[in-house]
Design a protein around this ligand. Structure first.
Ligand code: 9UX
Length: 71
């Protein structure tokens, strides 16, 4: 079953940043993401049998950006 989550992404200052994050997320198995520079949010659809929110978060952080999980 697909899950959806919106993550806040901090530290993106130009379109190349948001494009980079989006591209990296979309390469992950079981992930479809849109990253919005203006709102500083990543809208992520993922398959929890293939990947966890923690793993997705780690990928973004490894690129040098911050992640805020909305409750
Ligand atoms: Mo834009 Mo982002 O020059 O790391 S790509 S700031």
């Amino acid at each position: 079953e697909e899950q959806h989550i919106t993550l806040g992404v901090t530290g993106m200052t130009c379109a190349a940043c948001s494009n980079r994050v989006e591209k990296v997320l979309n390469k992950l198995e079981g992930v479809e993401a849109q990253v919005n520079l203006t709102t500083e949010k990543a809208t992520v659809k993922y398959n929890p049998e293939k990947i966890s929110v923690e793993e997705i978060t780690k990928k973004i952080e490894n690129l040098g950006y911050g992640v805020l999980t909305e409750k």
